[in-house]
Design a protein around this ligand. Structure first.
Ligand code: TXA
Ligand code: MG
Length: 350
């Protein structure tokens, strides 16, 4: 299939490109587009064949349900059985924005969207290109992250091109996505809201509104035994080709010394090794190959760069990536969730 790559400036939306993309979606095709979190791979959520093609293009397991994206509040009602009070509070505060809410699904939502569950995940993105495209298509849009299943999610159009060129009708290049990790997924069916996937809207943000907020026990650090509620959380995920090893210590000096020791062992064994450093630790890795992922004092910089750096290491043909643990506060909970998954949960304590 020929993939049409077209650029749009998010400050000055090109109606012609949006019209073309909207027409592809209406006719059952696939369009990758930027959101404020990561790039999404969109299809008409009500068209079963189109949605099937999303799973094919990504190589995604069919029991992993998709998020349905809407552009207007009135588009929600037809998709859901009811709108719980907590969901109203969340939507008023965070929509449009990087928050996905789980609802009881209506009969309109095809089985294939919900992977056999009786619920549906819905979000209203805030990115101007995403919103304009959904409006142009005039239908709810199913959109997983626009990567090959298992790979780090795309934050630049070139990542989408690397994974999906030849498999989708159109890729809209709208530049860098911004936040850089996927939306927070929250279930409001219980007494307290429960975070199923941490993201840009933090546990602390939700606690401000509701007091108590639960975290899916399967997400808690070191507790990999539980079966996650959100199916997407159970797969090894976000993984570059390189093996990822994560290290933890109370002290940055000890952390860096341990990473350097491992680095030297691996190099000795003939591996190409890369360290994912931070502004605060890079000086410890002088003379060893490292890429700075961001600044520990500004956790958003690390969130925005994590997937980019994992892909950059792959482009540089690194065999093993050595990465540092952050804490689990605020945005770091989401960053560490993705990083841990890229290493299949294994962390070395120093
Ligand atoms: O930021 C985002 O959410 C991006 C952009 C493109 O909007 N999309 C995204 O979609 O990350 P995807 O398919 O890569 O991740 C969807 C997550 C998966 O972990 C999936 O299991 C979960 O949402 N999910 C979807 N429907 C669900 C449901 N009914 N119940 C529980 N979890 C659900
Ligand atoms: Mg994904």
């Amino acid at each position: 299939m020929k993939t049409n790559v077209m650029s749009i400036n998010k400050g000055e939306l090109d109606k012609n490109v949006l019209k073309k993309a909207g027409k592809i979606l209406k006719e059952g095709g696939l369009v990758a587009f930027p959101t404020e979190t990561v790039y999404g791979l969109g299809a008409n959520a009500l068209d079963v064949d189109a949605v099937e093609n999303i799973y094919k293009a990504k190589g995604r397991p069919s029991d992993n349900p998709l998020i349905v994206h809407i552009a207007k509040f009135k588009d929600l009602m037809p998709l859901v059985e009811d709108i719980p009070e907590k969901a109203v509070i969340l939507m008023e505060k965070f929509w449009p924005g990087p928050l996905t809410i789980i609802f009881k699904k209506s009969a309109l939502v095809p089985e294939i969207i919900s992977g056999g569950l009786d619920t549906v995940a819905i979000r209203m993105p805030s990115h101007p290109i995403a919103l304009a495209l959904i409006e142009e298509a005039n239908t709810p849009i199913a959109a997983p992250s626009a990567n090959t299943s298992g790979k780090p999610s795309p934050t630049l159009a070139k990542h989408v091109i690397a994974d999906l060129k030849g498999k989708v009708e159109m890729i809209i290049d709208g530049g860098d996505t911004g936040f850089g990790l996927e939306s927070t997924v929250v279930d409001v069916s219980g007494e307290n809201p429960m975070i199923l996937r941490p993201g840009a809207i933090t546990a602390e943000d939700l606690e401000e509104l509701f007091g108590d907020v639960d975290l899916d026990p399967a997400l808690k650090y070191g507790e990999n035994i539980e079966k996650p509620i959100s199916p997407g959380q159970k797969y090894k995920h976000y993984s570059p080709k390189a093996e990822v090893m994560i290290f933890e210590s109370e002290s940055l000096e000890v952390l860096a010394a341990g990473i350097n020791e491992k680095y030297d062992q691996l190099v000795e064994a003939g591996k190409k090794v890369g360290i994912m450093s931070t502004e605060e630790t890079k000086e410890f890795y002088e003379n060893r190959f490292n890429l700075v992922v961001g600044n520990r004092e500004e956790p958003l910089t690390i969130a925005a760069n994590l997937f980019k750096k994992l892909r950059e290491f792959d482009d540089l043909k690194v065999d093993v990536i050595l990465a540092e643990v952050l804490d689990d506060e605020g945005i770091n909970l989401a960053t560490m969730n993705r990083l841990r998954k890229s290493a299949a949960g294994v962390i070395t304590k120093l």
